[in-house]
Design a protein around this ligand. Sequence first.
Ligand SMILES: Cc1cc2nc3c(=O)[nH]c(=O)nc-3n(C[C@H](O)[C@H](O)[C@H](O)COP(=O)(O)OP(=O)(O)OC[C@H]3O[C@@H](n4cnc5c(N)ncnc54)[C@H](O)[C@@H]3O)c2cc1C
Length: 552
Amino acid sequence: MTQLDQTPDVVVIGGGPAGSTTATMLARKGVRVLLLERDRFPRHHVGESLLPASMPVLEELGVMPAMEKAGFLPKYGATMVWGKDSTPWSWYFRETSRQYPSSFQVSRPEFDQLLLENSRANGVDVREGCRVVEIHSNGGKTTGVGYVSDDGTAGSAHCSLVVDASGQGGILGRTLNLRRYDPFFQNLAVYAYFEGAQRLPQPDETNIFIESYSNGWFWNIPLHTGQTGVGVVVDSKTGQQGIQEFGLEGFLTRQISQAPHTAEMLRNARLTEGPFVVKDWSYTCEPMVGDGHILVGDAACFVDPLFSSGVHLALMGGVMAAALAATTLKGSDIAKPAGRVYEELYLQEYRHFREMARLFYTSNLNADSYFWEARRLLGGDETFSPRHAFIQAVAGQPPRGYERVVLEQGQAPEGFSHSVKAVEDERAFRRAKLEAALDQTDGKEPAIYQAVPCLSPEVSIERQPVLGEGEFVWGQVITSGGGSSGNGQSTPCSPLVAMLVSQIDGVTPVADLLAGLVQGRDENQAAQIAQSVLTALQILYVDGSIEEMKGL
Ligand SMILES: Cc1cc2nc3c(=O)[nH]c(=O)nc-3n(C[C@H](O)[C@H](O)[C@H](O)COP(=O)(O)OP(=O)(O)OC[C@H]3O[C@@H](n4cnc5c(N)ncnc54)[C@H](O)[C@@H]3O)c2cc1C
C-alpha cells in the first residue's frame, strides 16, 4: 500500500536534537517541513550531559520553560580523576562564562521528546514511526525520500531539500559514501542506568564525574529521575573481546571493579536499565552539503564524547542547517558559498573538540596500560604536531576552560605548552604596550595617533556569507592563517572594522586613518567612531592581526 505522495519544501530525516532544531527554525520562517522519525518518542538515547554553549539555542527554540518544568538537574561543571594525580578535582563553567555558568543533565527520552513536541507546536509536520529507506535523486541532485511507516505503509516525499539528521545511522552519508573515520578515536562504549548510586559531595553533587582507569575512562551522570547514567569508554578491540568473553553485564561489572571511585559510588546501587553497547568512533562527512541535501548533527560528524559536545554540535548545527536551507530555498547566488561556510564552521567546532579530547588522552599520566600507551603514541604522531594541536584546540587564543585544565592537571605535550606560553607572553606584552600608547599624559595627544599599523601578511578582509537572522547573508570577515579552509580563523566583522582593516597600508598613521573614517560625520558620531576604531585596533594588535605598530 502506498500513501499519497507528499510535496513539502524540506524533508528532515530524524527527530533527535539536530532534526527537531532544524525543523523548528525552518517552520518558523514559514517553510513547509515534513520530519520523518523512525521511532516513536519517547525513545531511549545516550548523551545526557549538556554544555552551556547550548543554552542560547535552547532559549531561542523557546523550550526553557519546558526544560525547567521537567526538573532536569543543573550541571555546573565536571569532576575528574585524570592527569597527574588520582584524587578527584573539579572545574566549573562559571570560570569561563558569567552569562551561562550552568547547563543541564537531561534524560534524553524526555529532552528529545520535548524538542520534537516544540517542532510540532511550531508547525512542523512530524511523523513518528516512519523510517526513511531510500534517497531519491535525479542527475546527482537529491530530490526526496522513500519511507516505510511502522504499520507497513510505504510513502514518498518530493522536496526541494533533504536534511539528513538521522544520527550515527547517517543514511545519506552512507548512501553517498561520505564518511571518513578518525584513526585516533576508535573506541567502544558500554553504559547502563543505576538507582541508588552515591552522588559526589556538595557542591559537586550534579557535576558529571569522569574517572580514567587502566582500560579507558568512565562517565557518571546524575539524573533528575533518581537514576545515574554510567558508561565506560574502552578500546574497540579490547571491548569486543571482553564482551564476547563475559557478556555485556559481566564486562561492565568487571570494568567498574577496576575504577575505585566509580565502584565506590555504585557500591549500593541497583542496575535498572541496560547495559547497552555503542560504537564510539569519531568521523566527519565531507562534503556536508550537496545538491539538494544538507547533513547535520551526528549524521554530519561525531566526536569522542569526552567533552559532552554531541548535543551542542547537533543544536548549533540545527540552527546553521536551517539558515542554510532557508538561504538555499531562496535560490540566490549566496547558497553555494554559504554551503562551504556551513561546512567550515562545522569542522572548526569539530576540530576544536577533537583536539581537546586528543590532548586529554595524550596527557593522562595516572594510568599505564595498553589503552593509554596507544593513545599517547598516536597523539605524538607527526601529523599532529604540537603547534598544529595548539592552533586547532585554541585557535590562537589564550587557553580557557578545558584547555587550561589540560595544562594544569595533565601533562600536555611540551611543544603545546611552549606555544601557549609564547602566545600568552606576547599578548600580555602587546596589551601593556598599547595601554601605554593610549595614555594621555601632560595634555599631550596619546602616542597611538602617530603610530602606523601594519597588518600581518596572513590577514585579509574577505566578502563571505555570514550567519544572519535565520539565513546566510553577505558580510565581511577577517581571515588569518589560511582562512577558514585551513587552520586559521575567519571572524565576521562590522563594516567599520572591515573598512579600517582594508585601509591599513603600513604607511598611514592612526590619526589619518581616523580622519578618513569620520569624514562627513557630526561631532557625536565622530567621537563614537573614534572610540570603536581605537578598541578595534587594540583587539587586532593584541591578537596579532596587526603585526606591528610602527613608531610605538
Ligand atoms: C557513548 C556516547 C556518550 C555520549 N554522551 C554525550 C553526552 O554526555 N552529551 C552530549 O551532548 N552528547 C553525548 N553523546 C553524543 C550525542 O548522543 C549525539 O551527538 C546526539 O544525540 C546527536 O543528535 P542527533 O540529532 O544528530 O542524532 P540522534 O540524537 O541520534 O537522532 C537521530 C534520530 O534519527 C532517527 N533515525 C535514524 N535513522 C532514521 C531513518 N532512516 N529514518 C528516520 N529516522 C531515522 C533516530 O531514530 C533518531 O531519533 C554521546 C555519544 C556516545 C556514543
